[in-house]
Design a protein around this ligand. Sequence first.
Ligand code: SAM
Ligand code: SF4
Length: 328
Amino acid sequence: MLPQTLSDAYGRRFKYLRLSVTDVCNFSCSYCLPDGYQCHDADHVNLNTSEIKNLLSAFAALGTEKVRLTGGEPSVRKDLSNIINIAAKTNGIKTVALTTNGYKLKENIQQWHDAGLNALNISMDSLDARLFKTITGHDRLDKILEGIEIALDLGIKVKANAVLLKGINAHQLPLFLDWVKHRPVSFRFIELMQTGDNEDYFKAHHLSGDKVRQWLLKQGWTLQPRNETAGPADEYRSEHHQGRIGLITPYGKDFCSSCNRLRVSSAGNLHLCLFAENGHNLRHLLQQPEQQQQLQNLLQSLLTSKEATHYLQQGYTGSTYNLSMLGG
Ligand code: SAM
Ligand code: SF4
């Protein structure tokens, strides 16, 4: 029998799952958790490894080929290597990726690699140590850069992310281009998104991704074709640079038409969109492998209610008060 693929009413196919393994984070990025992590739900319990195993098996049976582990900060979980290994061993999963602030990268990358990690996204909103500390609250840039070199030596596919922040890091964009000149890293610029918690910050610091696109094109960077499990970035290359530049523009026209990803929170709720009003509880079907078929049926039926777009342009942020709660 041919493997099935999750799809929605708009003909979009979903082979990519972003799984948040915790909503806790140890950083206090100014656009995400300016006051650090605050517990909103004292009863919150993260999915355990057995629930994660059952979840991933069901998604993989429905065509999921790529899993990105995210958070909060996923590396605050002591069993992260175990989770990576579970994902890597799931039949049908070809890529196991991790999004991290890099805090434990240098110490743990070998272990994550051995567990089966093949792709890594590291958030680095500045390549200037002082500004990095101002944005994240942590003086860790040097250690993170050392960790990246180890990851590259291990042959892991590395991407870095910076959120575009008008008046904060936007003047340093040329430094990111220089950094990928001789490194096989794709650097992604993410347009700042408005969430429930950051309205004033958003108004002060949002920089249009289209402006950055024009700037890149002017300097000879050219748009590359994307594949079916690629993330949301438009990727650009330049013949003078070994690395690439990615641009993630959620406010851009037609951003949602190529959506290929679904999200599950660390409490086991399916979010059909980063900015959906509600999550759909899957946890009751994650307790036994025998519940697989029921879980697959539920996923397929929930997909029919996925909306065409996120309505971010209208200032709508759903139930997402910050991205730490679901992973971006
Ligand atoms: N803690 C990990 C990290 O920072 O990489 C994983 C979770 S974090 C929520 C995932 C990504 O979302 C990071 O690249 C972060 O910079 C980005 N992010 C957080 N809040 C954002 C916002 N309001 N707009 C755009 N990107 C945001
Ligand atoms: Fe933590 Fe990531 Fe949010 Fe920064 S962006 S506060 S590292 S969850």
